[in-house]
Design a protein. Sequence first.
Length: 559
Amino acid sequence: MKTLDFKPKMVSALKNYNRQTLIADVMAGVIVGIVALPLAIAFGIASGVSPEKGIITAIVAGFTISALGGSKVQIGGPTGAFIVIVAGIIAQYGIQGLTIATLMAGVFLIGFGLLRLGTIIKYIPYPIIVGFTSGIAVTIFTTQIKDLLGMQIDGTVPSDFVEKWIVYCQDFAHIDLWSTVIGLVSVVIIAATPKFSRRVPGSLVAIIVMTIAALLLKQYAGVTSIETIGDRFSINSQLPDAVVPELSWETIKALVGPAMTIAVLGAIESLLSATVADGVIGDHHNSNTELIGQGVANIVSPLFGGIPATGAIARTMTNINNGGRTPVAGIIHAVVLLLIFLFLMPLAQYIPMACLAGVLVVVSYGMSGWRSFLALMRNPKSDITVLLLTFFLTIIFDLTVAIEVGLICACLLFMRRMSETTDVKAIYDEIDLNEDADMERGNLEHLTIPKGVEVYEINGPYFFGAGNRFEDIMGRYGNRPKVRIIRMRKVPFIDSTGLHNLENMCLMSQKEGIIIVLSGVNEKVEAVLKRNHFDQLLGEKNICNHIDLAMARAKEIIS
């Protein structure tokens, strides 16, 4: 019985911990905490919850992921990838539904880790990942247009992508000039800051500068049209008590799909982030432990009013670049956010909504992966199909549909490709024995096929698709033989579909009075055939180890 694969990196990291490492972790944790602050607020508001819920998520989930996760440097918290699905769940099921869906997602993630699915999740096709990530980026950008331009729209903005842009176009004349300036200048500041300093986060600089600018414009220029967080939300800087939501079977059934989407998306993003981090620091994360840690974080976070969380690539890389090398840095980042939340949170009410929209516009650009998207457009048509299908489904419908349909299409295309790897061919007149591995070595280089005998060869796994090829090729042969030899020397395995097809072909041949002889059957395939009683169907003499015996058996049948 396999032991539980749960080994938090915190345990091993503390064994040789020293003062120098502590100083580096504290410095990195403080910087990452400052970087995470504007992102947590922006992600919370964009997801449809109050700004403090984004910070609570970063505090609770960030602490839990660092303490229990399988990566030394992973920084957890709310991410842009969840904005679309969280907003959709809230719109349909309310905050209570989001809490239950996030709890269920946490349970699913723990299940993934306990079942050791950490490595399997890494094999989700790349076109699907790029497709839904780019789709999410476009959707996030679309949701921020109203605040970026300070548009005064009557009523609520439609959730549908196309309808949303129709409303934008109809109300484009009602944009607020000052809000637009705040939003666009925020984008410029964020983009320009790394050219002067990579340690200071551009989003924080933009928020500080634009908040001061908005206050000055209001105080001295009488500009009151710039909407701030305080105009839309009431800021609460008190830590909430843990509350367990009321669970009902009907709600759980309704939220299984969204919860599974949160779990799969969180697993993919966290493991991708951990893998990228491994390449930078030269370490190897434990994927199953990471999934369990992520699961616990997504169970604890919603109890305190938080939203789904996962590993964040940008914050993880900020941690690494500033010297963080153990999970202690992630815990320090959570403590810094907690202190800001308790003592400075009321100041967040002065932050312009247009500035936060600018932050998310830059985030959406970074998420878009347009270079990877264009590179995939040069790949085979099957990859392009999965990419575009996932991309447009994410935009037009939602992430749940996109991932489900994308995975189904990817599986079908994979099955098609695998079926094409199996080749079935007919051999005429004589068999070349020079490179045969299933023959008794002799002086012969060629083996003549006698009259009344047909020889077919399968090259590759015998599963779906191979049976249909047999029928096509046998239909071209013309005359009805007395014996059909099927060479299986290059068949590494046979599945249930292949067994079914082979059985049908043998029964059809027997009805026509044709004897089937199998040649070159390896031990594994032969064991499978005998378990399914092919030795009784064909006769043990008609299952041969090599072509010499099969040909001798065919001549014996003919004579």
